[in-house]
Design a binder for this molecule. Structure first.
Ligand SMILES: [Zn+2]
Length: 459
């Protein structure tokens, strides 16, 4: 019944220390030194962490498993099974995926929730929660939000300022923000100025500029900045907790200074830049087509600083892989390239290598942005995101000495390419524990749906 992880270098909020962790069933039961002597009789399994880091299991709050793109007639290439296996192998023990309300089918939020549960149930290998993406705001919305919070444990509601099929008006946004605030939830926003994107897109297509190189031109940084200004104003007016997903530029972060907005960014915006779109090989350029797009390299250091100084709270991935054959739908029209890329599997190791090891962030910031902050903001703390007594024993033993290289051919994600092909990594998630059970590479689906609480916002 008891499992011991001995000799770990525990990364705790206020210190990093060598200690043992005793797991009883699914929870952390004790933390200290020489726990073997204390619990010798009851311990059935012992893992020697060999003074490697022990960190809370990663929480990726931005994934799109099996995302349907009805107007393209396709789905993202990872389903809840392959995508969550990939997550676990990369040290992520919890995901929060987006359940998108279909406007064309006039789905209620309840129907939306049920649709996503049907895809996920019995297939999910790590623990998971769902956000609801709201695309219909009407008289019913208040009741539906209330029901989602109360019955489904969903406290986060996603909105879009861009994409015709998803975007809602400012009036609808403000109305929803009042509702979400009233029921103790948090609003999350895809922050790009949809009108500007539409104008730029039409102009590029009219000029015959159909290649992937047009994608970043159709989504300029100013579109992100405009949206940040809009959301800052609406946040101040509604006092609703408001979280900007996948912030892509330090310019937009600057626009969000001295506002009440919370920010998430993604590894691709920290590590890659827009030079990739100029490749004449469609299969190379198209894999980087996502929204917002990659930015000039000069936008990166401000994002890293934002992580180091706490202005950016979370790094998630926006994991949404499409095969190259699916990307080729846009061979003759860049607007028909499905937006999205894989990433859930590499987030932890990329951030360690290019964040901690490169001296941009410290180890405790690494844990904060990959696990603790997402748990707090999305109502999972302290069940998740902490090495603490009574927390779920979601733990990763991380060996900082192992080196390896990212290759699409060896990843668990169901995708035929990687944004990071050939990139070296320093450090590896060697042992992953989900609620006290060590994850093996042929893990059975034991992921559990998580009902979440209101955001815990300390700032
Ligand atoms: Zn997304």
């Amino acid at each position: 019944m008891y499992t011991l992880i001995k000799n770990g270098k525990l990364v705790l909020p206020t210190e990093i220390k060598i200690a043992d962790i005793l797991i009883k069933d699914e929870k952390i039961f004790d933390i200290g030194s020489n726990l073997y002597e204390k619990y010798r009789e009851q311990i059935s399994n012992t893992f020697d962490a060999d003074k490697h880091f022990v960190i809370p299991g990663g929480i990726d709050v931005h994934t799109h498993m099996q995302l349907p793109l009805p107007h393209f007639g396709i789905e993202a290439s990872d389903d809840f099974s392959s995508g969550t296996l990939a997550a676990l192998q990369g040290g992520t023990t919890t995901i929060i995926d987006f359940a998108n309300q279909s406007r064309t089918e006039n789905d209620s939020l309840t129907k939306t929730f049920e649709k996503w549960q049907q895809k996920a149930l019995g297939k999910v290998h790590c623990d998971y929660g769902l956000h609801l993406s709201v695309t219909i705001v009407n008289e019913q919305t208040k009741h539906e939000v209330k029901k989602a919070v109360r019955d489904f444990g969903i406290t986060s509601f996603k909105t879009f300022l861009a994409y015709p099929a998803m975007k809602i008006s400012e009036e609808e946004m403000l109305s929803l923000m009042h509702t979400v605030r009233d029921y103790g939830g948090i609003l999350t926003v895809h922050a790009e100025d949809g009108k500007l994107i539409e104008e730029k897109t039409q102009a590029l297509l009219a000029a015959g500029k159909i290649s992937p190189a047009s994608h970043p031109l159709s989504h300029p940084i100013i579109a992100e900045i405009n949206a940040i200004h809009t959301m800052a104003r609406l946040q101040a007016e509604s006092n609703c907790p408001t979280y900007i997903v996948h912030l892509s530029s330090s310019s937009a972060l600057t626009a969000g200074e001295n506002t009440g907005l919370l920010f998430e960014t993604c590894p691709q915006y920290l590590l890659l830049n827009d030079s990739v779109y100029s490749s004449s090989d469609f299969d190379v350029a198209s894999r980087f087509v996502m929204s917002p797009p990659l930015r000039p390299a000069s936008e990166q250091s401000g994002l890293w600083q934002g992580l180091a100084n706490g202005r950016i709270s979370v790094v998630a991935t926006d994991h949404c892989p499409f095969l190259l054959s699916q990307k080729r739908l846009g061979l003759h029209d860049f607007t028909k390239i499905p937006n999205g890329a894989p990433g859930v599997e590499q987030r932890m190791e990329l951030l360690y290598t290019y964040g901690v090891k490169s001296g941009r962030i410290d180890m405790q910031t690494f844990v904060a942005i990959t696990a603790t902050n997402p748990a707090k903001i999305f109502g999972l703390y302290p069940q998740k995101g902490a090495i603490a007594i009574d927390s779920d024993a979601d733990l990763v033993i991380f060996d900082p000495t192992q080196t390896h290289t990212i290759h699409a051919a060896t990843q668990h994600t169901r995708c035929d390419h990687s944004l990071y092909e050939g990139l070296p990594l320093q450090g590896k998630c060697t042992h992953i524990f989900l609620r006290g059970k060590k994850v093996s590479s042929n893990a059975k689906a034991t992921g559990r749906y998580l009902k979440r609480s209101s955001p815990l916002l300390s700032k």
